[in-house]
Design a protein around this ligand. Structure first.
Ligand code: NOJ
Length: 486
């Protein structure tokens, strides 16, 4: 190879013209400078944190709140690992002003919270409870006063117990219709100030865990056919809520799902595997997200479900696929590493080795590239131009050291790597518009009780003292620089 050719090749590699070629050192510095200038997130990127009603509010018997399925479920012996309940949780119902100040201190411009349905309608339907709604009026006003945009979730699992008793909860489409009415009521009263609404949080979890394997409320273990029907009902409820927000909310209110998308990642980045991961993403989410975004159940899904497939009508599919304004994705861990296959639907999910690294929750595998691939593939297969990461975060041991501080470098490691991959996606033009870190503060982590801590703020559940962890400083820095800090 001649000297001339290799110089040209080098120039090409370094991104320089052969004519004005710089030294290798200068070239490396120029490359670094370019990397720095692209390490940021797009202007206007929404940085937020998230919580949910039952996990933080407490005050379960105050101001006319009705019972939810979680109030009942947590009282069944053995259901919650540490025997705790959400009765008190973070006492956020009373301490919300203090908590809004915590959000502000991070520099967050957005906060995702959920409305407790049984606070607003103690029986699920019928007479509303004005005191319940008032709490959310106060919360929204406090957020806005502090320059924080409220992002409201309509359903984060606290179904009114009365609907479970009367209709079997999500087993009945009656609950879907009532949910639509509740959504209309909330939209009517809050979208004068709330501009973004999530419908249901994580159908992928509450349906299967609640009605399939009994780990979540209401704790049922129904056959697969019923579980599929309930998933279908949850999609229908989502669609009805979208329509209700459109019909009763202020014009321009944006609405979309917040789903724990079944996260598929190409095991190795080849065109074939990337294609296969896209197919996998569609098929693994065929029962909820894909039907919402496309209006049909895929052939592979119906074939696989066979006699257990959900019964449905064309009219229902139309409601389910009511156009949304954005796609909210809860992404924590890779679920499937995928390779291409010439069999079946065209992909194979690989077995996950036992030694795969995870955070201090077993399910929380560390796969930062999930935050690159899933939004990238989702934007393509579901043709959306607005994706929000509605949840991402990690649990840790979060020991309070002698100096009273919490040095959660494990959480920082997790966040830094995930955010770097998210930045990689936005730099390539993947339309991710915002990110909600789960969670603002430690809270009631469902089946794990108060034992699993996800917060940026540590909470002492005896004294209710909130203490910022090191990760709070990390996140504040990310937000201030609008950059992942690779
Ligand atoms: C998803 C759920 O939406 C939230 O309620 C939960 O606390 C986090 N994941 C962490 O497990």
């Amino acid at each position: 190879m001649s000297e001339k050719v290799s110089r040209r090749q080098f120039a090409k590699l370094a991104g320089l013209s052969a004519a004005g070629m710089a030294s290798p050192l200068e070239a490396a510095e120029a490359k670094q400078a370019r990397a720095r200038s692209t390490a940021g997130f797009p202007a206007g990127f929404v940085w937020g944190t998230a919580t949910s009603s039952y996990q933080v509010e407490g005050a379960v018997n105050e101001d006319g709140r009705g019972a939810s399925i979680w109030d009942k479920f947590v009282r069944i012996p053995g259901k919650i690992e540490d025997g705790t309940t959400g009765d008190r949780a973070n006492e956020h119902y009373h301490r919300y002003k203090e908590d809004v100040a915590l959000i502000k201190a991070l520099g967050c411009k957005a906060y995702r919270f959920s409305v407790a349905w049984p606070r607003v309608f103690p029986d699920g339907d019928g007479k509303p409870n004005p005191k319940g709604l008032d709490f959310y009026n106060r919360l929204v006003d406090e957020l806005l006063k502090n320059g924080i945009e409220p992002w409201l979730t309509l359903y984060h699992w606290d179904l009114p117990q009365s609907l479970q008793d009367r209709f079997g909860g999500w087993r009945s489409t009656e609950t879907c219709k009532i949910f639509g009415d509740y959504a209309a009521y909330v939209a009517e009263h809050l979208t004068d100030r709330v501009r973004n609404v999530f419908t249901l949080n994580e159908s992928g979890r509450f349906v299967y865990f609640g009605y399939g394997i009994g780990i979540d409320a209401p704790g049922l273990t129904l056959p697969q056919a019923e579980v599929n029907q309930i998933r279908h009902n949850s999609a229908l409820a989502h669609g009805l809520a979208v329509q209700a927000v459109r019909a009763h909310g202020r014009r321009g209110t944006r609405v979309g799902p917040a789903e724990n998308v079944d996260a598929c990642v190409p095991a190795i980045d080849t065109p074939e595997n990337v294609r296969a991961a896209g197919i996998a993403l569609r098929e693994m989410n065929a029962g909820y997200l894909n039907v919402i975004m496309t209006g049909r159940y895929t052939d592979a899904f119906l074939k696989f479900a066979g006699a257990d497939a959900p019964k449905h009508t064309e009219a229902e599919l139309k409601i389910i696929s009511s156009p949304v304004d954005f796609l909210g994705l809860n992404i924590y861990a890779p679920q499937h590493y995928v390779v291409a296959s010439d069999q079946g639907a065209g992909f194979v999910p690989l077995p996950i080795p036992k030694s795969f690294p995870h955070m201090n929750s077993d399910w929380l595998r560390v796969g930062p590239e999930t935050l690159y691939w899933v939004p990238k593939l989702a934007a393509t297969i579901w043709k959306t131009d607005a994706i929000y990461i509605s949840e991402n975060g990690a649990s840790g041991d979060d020991v309070v050291t002698q100096d009273g501080k919490i040095y959660d470098t494990d959480r920082i490691m997790y966040l830094r790597n995930y955010l770097a991959q998210l930045q990689r996606a936005t730099a390539e033009g993947v339309p991710v518009r915002g990110y909600f870190l789960w969670s603002l503060m430690d809270n009631f982590e469902w089946v794990y009780g108060l034992n699993k801590r996800f917060g940026l703020y540590h909470v002492n559940f005896d004294t209710q003292v909130r203490t910022p962890k090191l990760s709070a400083s990390f996140y504040r820095n990310v937000i201030a620089r609008n950059a992942a800090g690779v």
